[in-house]
Ligand binder design. Structure first.
Ligand SMILES: [Zn+2]
Length: 92
């Protein structure tokens, strides 16, 4: 099943195949993942879905920068990871 836009109650359409999303951690860029982009036909909200089983580049690999330059979006982790990031940034 395709992703569903909850506010609009509409199935989202695949509008881009193979977009690169850069996953981020509190320590900075981490991995590049290939995803498909789905767009809500009503509100135009976009989501990255159908992520591959493994990243196509990791931060320590020589090909990382090339993929990172053509990234479509960045993905910050869970709320737990975000709180760690905020603590690191604020020194809290
Ligand atoms: Zn929508």
């Amino acid at each position: 099943m395709r992703p569903v836009c909850i506010p609009c109650e509409m199935e989202m359409a695949c509008t881009k195949v193979g977009a690169f999303v850069e996953s981020m951690t509190a320590d900075g860029p981490y991995q590049i993942w290939s995803v498909d982009v789905y767009t809500c036909p009503v509100c135009k909200c976009e989501v990255g879905a159908k992520m591959a089983n493994s990243p196509i580049a990791r931060h320590f690999e020589p090909t990382y920068e090339a993929f990172a330059k053509s990234r479509y979006a960045r993905a910050w982790g869970s709320m737990h990871e975000l709180s760690q990031y905020a603590e690191k940034e604020t020194g809290a």
